[in-house]
Design a protein around this ligand. Structure first.
Ligand code: IMP
Ligand code: MG
Length: 186
């Protein structure tokens, strides 16, 4: 599929996101109160806007690190493989860590990442996902905090892309294709 014509229908406003980020940050701050250092780990690239806003609302000593994964589906199998494209720069053994994800969809990415990070023996590991599509879940994985539950729609904006585009949209919207009459394949 290569759709070029689409519009973006508004789903979550920039104002609503900012208000929710504040609430999440307050809960995270409370949960990790007293920590010597919280390592906030963003999953690239979709979480980069969210993590930037979130860390600025945290009233804790914070370090930021990033992990990049790439997942690809095999149409012959229901299981998905997740590859690590870029690993963390720092150690997390014995540390408090917060994993920040843009969207939990089937759950394969988060499941894989959490298993990997857990094997490095952090003291405490929690997860904050901006969006959750519970109806799409294939593996049982849960974020500690979720910004918004959304329906099974393809969304963009606030760091989230469609074919690398629309990451800079300040709000979150649903992609709606408008080129219905030239679908030769599908
Ligand atoms: P999962 O492994 O199926 O949970 O995939 C999660 C990843 O798929 C997210 O981190 C996103 O990068 C991507 N993804 C899932 N849903 C969407 C969407 O609606 N828009 C853009 N990317 C998405
Ligand atoms: Mg992602």
């Amino acid at each position: 599929m290569d759709h070029s014509n689409y519009v973006i229908d508004p789903l979550i406003s920039a104002k609503a996101i900012a208000a929710r980020v504040e609430e999440l940050a307050a809960e995270i701050t409370e949960t990790f109160k007293g920590t010597d250092k919280l390592i906030v780990i963003g999953l690239l690239r979709g979480s980069f806007v969210f993590i930037a806003d979130l860390v600025r609302e945290l009233d804790l000593p914070v370090e930021v690190d990033f992990l990049e994964t790439s997942s690809y589906g095999n149409s012959m199998e229901s299981s998905r493989e997740v590859r690590i494209l870029k690993d963390l720069r720092g150690e997390i053994e014995g540390r408090d860590i917060l994993v920040v994800e843009d969207i939990v969809d089937t759950g394969h990415t988060l499941h894989h990442v959490l298993n990997l990070l857990k094997s490095r023996n952090p003291r405490r590991m929690e997860v904050c996902a901006l969006l959750d599509k519970p109806s799409r879940r294939e593996v049982d994985v849960k974020a500690t905090w979720v910004g918004f539950e959304i329906p099974d729609k393809f969304v963009v904006g606030y760091g989230i892309d469609y074919a690398q585009r629309n990451r800079n949209l300040p709000h979150i919207g649903v992609v709606r294709f408008t080129d219905r009459d030239d679908e030769s394949e599908s």
